[in-house]
Design a protein around this ligand. Structure first.
Ligand SMILES: O=C(O)c1ccccc1NCC(=O)[C@H](O)[C@H](O)COP(=O)(O)O
Length: 209
């Protein structure tokens, strides 16, 4: 990648402060907190506050929401210093902008998607996260999509997600040259229980590309 020092790494779905702290110290750039009740990685506000307190000041905190009522997002923002919001459902640009915070919009790569059109629609986003499409499941599926579909150049920083692991991340970074990568299931022992060894391997593979 030209003129780019590194590929940023976000690890999503922490539920334990000790694991988030260890990941932050290992070099993870962004820690994702899932505020989505049906997810096995869902955190309460109290859990999220403990995780935020455990993480160093130079690691970004990302709050993930799926079609949440505006009030629910505002309640979290009132108590938690989130650096960026991640909207992983069918939220509109107006909704995403309404919080006055930087946000990433997740786009699920279903067949026939007008990706350029979607990226243009979310012109106010700080980044666009591309994830696998699985009907009925908004994200965190552990599935990957065809990386050839990742645009070679885009108006927004692209974050690649979906089924990334320590074994495939080097190929993913080389093939797509994205701004950042986002992983959850590929660095876990079980849902919400992160594996520091896998996180370290994942980071080492990214750094070696
Ligand atoms: O993690 C969840 O349970 C989840 C639930 C609903 C929407 C999104 C969710 N997670 C998103 C992510 O963790 C990542 O952005 C991405 O989807 C990567 O997940 P994975 O394929 O497990 O690496």
């Amino acid at each position: 990648m030209n003129n780019v020092r590194k590929t940023y790494v976000k690890v999503c779905g922490f539920t334990r402060p000790d694991q988030a702290r260890a990941a932050s110290l290992a070099g993870v750039d962004a820690i994702g907190l899932v505020f989505y009740g049906p997810s096995p990685r869902n955190v309460s506000l109290e859990q999220a506050i403990e995780i935020a307190e455990a993480v160093g000041p130079f690691t970004s905190l990302v709050g993930l929401f799926v079609n949440a009522p505006e009030e629910a997002v505002r309640d979290v923002l009132a108590k938690l210093p989130l650096d960026i919001l991640q909207f992983h459902g069918d939220e509109s640009p107006d909704y995403c902008e309404s919080f006055g915070r930087r946000y990433m919009k997740a786009i699920r790569m279903r067949e026939g998607l007008d990706l350029d059109g979607e990226i243009a629609r979310f012109g106010s986003a700080a980044g666009i996260l591309l994830d696998a499409y699985q009907p009925g499941v908004p994200g965190g599926t552990g599935e990957r999509f065809d990386w050839q579909r990742v645009p070679k150049s885009a108006a927004k920083p692209i974050i690649l997600a979906g089924g990334l692991t320590p074994d495939n991340i080097a190929d993913a970074v080389k093939q797509t040259a994205v701004y950042a990568v986002d992983v959850s299931g590929g660095v876990e022992k079980a849902h919400g229980d992160k594996c520091l060894d896998k996180i370290r391997r994942f980071l080492a593979e990214v750094d070696a590309t």
